[in-house]
Design a protein around this ligand. Structure first.
Ligand SMILES: Nc1ncnc2c1ncn2[C@@H]1O[C@H](COP(=O)(O)OP(=O)(O)OP(=O)(O)O)[C@@H](O)[C@H]1O
Ligand SMILES: [Mg+2]
Length: 372
């Protein structure tokens, strides 16, 4: 994603290895392609990278996903084959990138990381693919943003481990075939619905990552506190977990904010009370909603009388990008039942109206009316 440093145009190109392409094709070797440097971009990211679990055992939660992945990795290893292609989808910060790295570590192979929007031309993709060796992992973040022309080359690459290039026109046209090593494509997306059918169908393993339970997040907080050398008790971990929107990335971020607060206002030890004070002063409420979540909710509740309201209308009112609202804000509000999506638009539920503090103007539905 944008946090990563792109090594591409204007920078030192990635090391080229064209042996396979040269052996199997009759054309010139393909050009280098944009590869993301997984090293952290900012100082703020650096400690967060240290918190990233690096093995199946370190990874908290998502039990079903992990159990299935463990089998896939072990089976592939015993057959001496690459792991089947894997697609992860789910809201930001739930561990998609982390799992891609864990797959390559557990399988014992190298990972090359790139991102959909940086693969502008088919040659970018072919350059990356031809550099992969057997069993290596190609991780494509934001895979739904790969241009269609590039995506078409991925079909045969994923299915038959080859890419066909047509050069020249009419009677002079020739098809050049590059044979590829058996690799594993790991794709991550926050919007599975935007992936084309043919691409989605070529993933042997598809997983949806759901929000974490407060208990799981409490484990994430305790683990991260241990790595950062922060003193925290169970109530402290639980309080941070409860306010982390079901998201490990947010749990880690809030832990660092509360750590600062505890250092300045107390003896450094994070207790439930310290966490409550710190997070309230950070603008995170007891359900974990932050400023933008609450703005969305109160706008829907107040200005649109609880809805239904279209996403674009809400986005214009809160002066925020519609895609950000759809990818970042709405999934959690839907998950905890504060809003619903209807064919006519977004609606605040009774719980959503209550949480926004705006008296409900929604007339009871026929079912509710009959109960009254
Ligand atoms: N299961 C987990 N256990 C412990 N920590 C986790 C777990 N999943 C994620 N994290 C932490 O949360 C951070 C964010 O995870 P990650 O970058 O993998 O999310 P993502 O799904 O790729 O997000 P995005 O969609 O924004 O790219 C990681 O740096 C890691 O520290
Ligand atoms: Mg990611």
């Amino acid at each position: 994603m944008a946090r990563q440093k792109v090594v591409g145009e204007g920078a030192e190109p990635p090391k080229k290895k064209f042996t396979r392409a040269k052996r199997d094709a009759t054309s010139e070797p393909v050009e280098s392609a944009p590869v993301l440097d997984p090293s952290p971009d900012t100082v703020e990211d650096a400690p967060l990278n240290a918190l990233r679990p690096t093995s199946f055992d370190d990874y908290v939660g998502q039990r079903e996903v992990l159990d299935s992945l463990k089998i896939a990795v072990q089976a592939a290893r015993s057959r001496d084959e690459a792991v089947d292609h894997v697609l992860f989808n789910g809201p930001p910060g739930l561990g998609k990138t982390t799992l891609a790295h864990i797959i390559s570590k557990e399988f014992g192979s190298k990972l090359t990381q790139t991102s959909g929007p940086t693969l502008e031309r088919p040659l970018d993709m072919v350059g990356l693919l031809s550099n992969l060796e057997k069993g290596e992992v190609l991780f494509i973040d934001e895979i739904h943003r790969i241009p269609r022309a590039v995506e078409e080359y991925m079909y045969s690459a994923m299915e038959d481990f080859k890419v066909d290039f047509v050069t020249g026109k009419g009677t002079y046209s020739r098809t050049l075939t590059y044979r590829l090593a058996q690799f594993t494509l790991v794709g991550a997306t926050t919007r599975a619905g935007m992936l084309s059918g043919p691409l989605r169908d070529r993933f042997g393993l598809t997983y949806h990552l759901d929000f974490y339970s407060p208990e799981e997040l409490s484990q994430v907080v305790t683990r991260s506190a241990g790595i950062l050398g922060v003193q925290i008790n169970q109530e402290g971990s639980d309080e941070i977990a409860r306010r982390s929107r079901g998201t490990p990335r947010i749990a880690n971020r809030l832990l660092r904010r509360v750590r600062d607060y505890a250092q300045v206002n107390a003896d450094g030890m994070i207790t439930g009370k310290i966490a409550t004070h710190a997070l309230t002063s950070e603008g995170v409420d007891e359900m974990g909603l932050d400023r933008l979540d609450r703005l969305y909710l109160t706008t829907l509740a107040d200005q649109y009388s609880g809805g239904p309201a279209g996403l674009n209308a809400i986005a214009a009112t809160v002066n925020e990008d519609a895609q950000t609202l759809e990818d970042v804000v709405e999934p959690f509000l839907l998950k905890i039942g504060l809003i619903v999506r209807t064919p006519a638009g977004r609606k605040a539920t009774q719980a959503g109206m209550d949480h926004s503090g705006v008296p409900s103007l929604i007339s009871p539905g026929p079912q509710q009316a009959s109960l009254l």
